[in-house]
Design a protein around this ligand. Structure first.
Ligand code: MIC
Ligand code: SF4
Length: 641
């Protein structure tokens, strides 16, 4: 039997394990990326590992999240990252150079290679045929040190794209349709591999929009073939020599298949507060819009912004709408400036922000109370915009631009002729904001500001694990619930004690105080607990608050890995009905925890308050169990090195 693309890349990088669904495998990592909001922690952990120089083919540190400098904290973190990366052999992409995923796609991503990034949207590089996976900072630190990345061999789901998109229907609508079909947990344990005649009708940036939001499906990653379209993009980026073809064999096996007829799609919208709450723009109707935001790693490419510029050219944004635009990279930004499109955007009334994540992660541009905000981003989780009462809708740049003009949610097909924008033959190449590391790292002094505080490290798992249930939650709790971000909190990503006072406050504002006075305990969750971001703060902060275990119906992949890396037990109910039985305040105990974990995959949790017992699963590989028993990956690595 032939091989699919995923199997081909994994086989080339396989360090241990068998490529069979459900088995633990380890793969070598060619490149890593970090961004600043997860990077400080990743580099602190890398330093703690005591390795003198990175051992990857290329590692890049981006600064794109914390670029608002309302106090010294963010600038201090930038200094820390710039010096620590110079010392250890990592390229540093300065603030102003753009969003990590957009820049990586333009300048570094390579078909057939592997990339591990401390950001959940790392799969953006799948648009160029790279196996690109998001992970917690500690996993990325290990990969920088030359260690392999361990994962459970996912299923491979083929998404066959038939036909061609109609004018005004875009790559964003393709992935919104897939979210409608699969939901935010439909991709868990899977890699999405795109195929079919429709693939060749999509440019690399359009493919990257699709792989980017595969993160919202919960998928391990998403990938497109590498073909002549890929070659043309890489040529235009002056990187044709790095191109290789990559296709699945004709008789390749897939675990699942979904067919999407591109010609039947129409403009779509994800409604509050979940990326899978999808309907057509037509069905949702002309709701009044207060804010429109174009940008983020999903939709901030040259093509995206040129189309927006063409739509707005010679017109004026509706008086009741605030339109903000953040270009994805310096390359995009300067090309728009040179060809005059930037002037058209400014003239139409757009507020131009720097090329960074910006409003996508709540760094400014919080909407007004109860406002409707249309965004070309990938996440519309509750509270993420900085205004909990705001209603955020996710749309394509075309829908965003059309609606910015009319002041209501608008199907752009009503605008008439679709502006034709071609991929340029050559992009503007100027890597002057990517600073290479020092050749002699030993002489570089790492600068640490006062905002950088030590991070918590767990202890070996005790025989008896006990505590009360400090909070009981429902399905699809996001890492934005567990550890909120935004302009007020992101500056403290290297200060766990400070962040602790905000943990889970979007669910229950009294949680941090309760956890502190109880000295820790358990959390109970529903399905897909921890979906969203790769931020390991969503595990480190609970660890700091003394959380010993989370019992849920199911977990999102990266968050579960982060819990294990922190030595927090990620337990799933063997019988989901037991979820209904547990209440906040119940006292739980796991006796002989170490023995039980070594003996099997099922543990008994006693509910002392109710005098009941529950079976919970901890079905982990022997290596992961050892990590839990050692009190996390750092202790485990120290013990075994
Ligand atoms: C996000 O989109 O939520 C982020 C901010 O990029 C995160 C990383 C973080 O929390 O710092 C992600 O997606 O991993
Ligand atoms: Fe940045 Fe938003 Fe992309 Fe996260 S999703 S990397 S915050 S642009």
């Amino acid at each position: 039997m032939g091989k699919n693309i995923v199997q081909k890349i994994i086989e080339n990088h396989l360090v241990s394990g068998r490529m069979q669904h459900g088995e633990e495998i380890a793969i070598s990592i060619d490149q890593t990326l970090t961004q600043d909001s997860t990077g400080t922690m990743a580099y602190l952990q890398f330093e703690a590992m005591g390795i003198p120089r990175v051992r990857t083919k290329k590692s890049v540190a981006y600064v794109d999240h914390n670029t608002l400098q309302t106090g010294f904290e963010n600038a201090d973190d930038h200094k820390y990252i710039q010096t620590v990366t110079s010392k250890y052999g990592i390229y540093f992409s300065k603030p102003g150079n753009g969003i990590c995923h957009q820049v990586h796609l333009e300048r570094f991503a390579r078909p057939g290679w592997t990339l591990l990034g401390s950001d959940s949207h790392t799969p953006t590089a799948g648009g160029i045929g790279m196996l690109a996976i998001g992970a917690g900072g500690l996993d990325v630190a290990v990969a920088m040190g030359g260690g392999p990345y361990y994962l459970t061999m996912p299923k491979v789901c083929r998404v066959v794209l038939k036909g061609k998109l109609n004018p005004w229907v875009t790559a964003k609508d393709v992935i919104l349709e897939l979210l409608r079909i699969m939901t935010v947990k439909g991709g868990v344990g899977k890699i999405i591999e795109y195929a079919g005649e429709g693939v060749s009708t999509l440019t690399v940036p359009e493919r990257a929009t699709i792989t980017n939001m595969g993160a919202e499906l919960g998928a391990t990653t998403s990938i497109f073939p590498s073909d002549e379209v890929t070659r043309a993009f890489m040529k235009a980026q002056m990187r044709e020599d790095e191109w290789v073809p990559l296709t699945a064999d004709d008789d390749a096996y897939y675990d699942e298949e979904i067919v999407i007829d591109l010609g039947k799609l129409e403009p779509m919208v994800a409604q509050p507060h979940s990326p899978d709450n999808v309907d057509t723009v037509r069905n949702v109707g002309p709701i009044k819009v207060d804010q429109v935001a174009v940008g983020s790693c999903t939709n901030s490419s040259y093509l995206d912004l040129m189309r927006v510029a063409r739509i707005l050219e010679g017109k004026t944004v509706h008086p009741d709408v605030s339109l903000v635009i953040s270009p994805g990279s310096k390359q995009v930004y300067s090309m728009l400036a040179r060809n005059g499109a930037l002037a058209d955007l400014i003239a139409a009334g757009a507020r131009i922000l720097e090329c960074a994540c910006g409003p996508c992660i709540g760094m400014g541009q919080a909407p007004a109370s109860n406002a409707v905000s249309l965004r070309t981003f990938n996440r519309n989780f509750y509270g993420r915009s900085g205004t909990p009462s705001a209603k955020v809708y996710l749309v394509s740049p075309e829908v965003a631009a059309a609606s910015a003009l009319t002041g209501v949610l608008t199907d752009p097909r009503t605008l008439g002729e679709y502006p034709v924008v071609e991929l340029p033959e050559t992009f503007e190449i100027n890597d002057n904001l990517i600073i290479p590391p020092a050749e002699d790292g030993a002489s570089v002094e790492v600068v640490r500001g006062p905002n950088i505080k030590p991070f918590p490290v767990n202890k070996e798992l005790p025989e008896r694990v006990e505590g009360t249930v400090l909070l009981k939650m429902g399905d699809n709790i996001t890492t934005d619930h567990i550890m909120p971000s935004g302009a007020k909190l992101l500056p403290y990503r290297s200060n766990i004690p400070y962040l602790a006072d905000y943990c889970l406050t979007l669910v229950d504002k009294d949680f941090p105080a309760r956890a502190k006075s109880a000295g820790g305990g358990f959390l109970v969750g529903g399905h897909n607990y921890g979906q969203g971001s790769s931020r390991e703060h969503a595990a480190l902060v609970p660890l700091y608050l003394g959380i010993k275990g989370v019992i849920a119906k199911s977990f999102a992949r990266i968050h579960m890995a982060n819990l294990i890396n922190s030595g927090i037990l990620p337990l799933t109910f063997a019988d989901e009905k037991d979820y209904d039985d547990i209440d906040m305040g119940d006292a739980l105990v796991i006796e002989d925890a170490v023995k039980q974990i070594r003996q099997g995959d099922v543990l008994i949790v006693k509910n002392i308050t109710k005098n009941r017992e529950y079976n919970v699963k901890l079905a982990l590989s022997p290596r992961l169990k050892e990590i839990i028993l050692a009190g996390g990956l750092l202790n485990y690595t120290r013990k075994n090195s």
